[in-house]
Design a protein. Structure first.
Length: 83
């Protein structure tokens, strides 16, 4: 019976470690990519700063064909606009 408790504890410990590794791997993957050298990101930064300085909203929201360009622009705009 004692060996059964030890095996159960080891199994629970192993499961907890595996779950922890899965959660931390997911957190790393959830971070935003580095768009800092992307042309659309730079455009978003410029327009976000302008709108912030002139108390404007995101009214002239741009739409790009490529999803990656859209994400980069939005990331730059939001960072520069203070959101």
């Amino acid at each position: 019976m004692t060996s059964m408790k030890i095996n159960l504890r080891r199994s629970i410990s192993a499961l907890a470690i595996a779950a922890g590794l899965g959660i931390s791997a997911g957190a790393v993957q959830a971070q935003d990519p580095d768009y800092s050298k992307n042309k659309r990101y730079q455009q978003g930064m410029h327009e976000g700063k302008y709108d912030q300085a002139h108390h404007l909203d995101h009214s002239k929201k741009r739409h790009f064909k490529k999803e990656e360009d859209q994400k980069a622009y939005e990331a730059g705009y939001q960072k520069a606009h203070g959101n």
